[in-house]
Design a protein around this ligand. Sequence first.
Ligand code: AMP
Length: 143
Amino acid sequence: MPRKTAAGFVIFRRICGKIEYLLLQTSYGIHHWTPPKGHVDPGETEMITALRETQEESGLLKGDIKIYENCKKVLNYEVSGVPKIVIYWLAELINPNAKVKLSDEHQDYKWLNIEEACKYSEYKDMQEVLAEFDSFINKECVS
Ligand code: AMP
């Protein structure tokens, strides 16, 4: 059975002590909201894919973020009958001057608190990833 693998980052920032998550709205399909991610190309590691796709889709560079490699979740769902695996790591925006720049694949972006991010995400498994990463930030990521 063919399957597709994708990788990306759930990126958060701290604004006046509050945590906000970056979600992008697709310009395709049902215009759902998702963290930056994309398909793993042949020969790429999943981490390289996550960095490349994040740069392509949000304009954020490796040096703009801090990656929490030990905070990782994997989603499994089907797209048009083909199984898709999506690997997400948690990452924090550390360059306050970095600006989000969208590609043609997305039409809007928002920085959202955890409740808003879960509402916009709409898929239960993505909401669980956000909730788990949010707990991780509150327990482990002391600023
Ligand atoms: P994406 O994987 O975000 O590029 O979206 C490809 C298709 O899968 C779109 O039709 C989305 O609506 C759908 N999709 C995105 N995330 C999920 C998910 N967590 N569970 C089920 N379907 C999803």
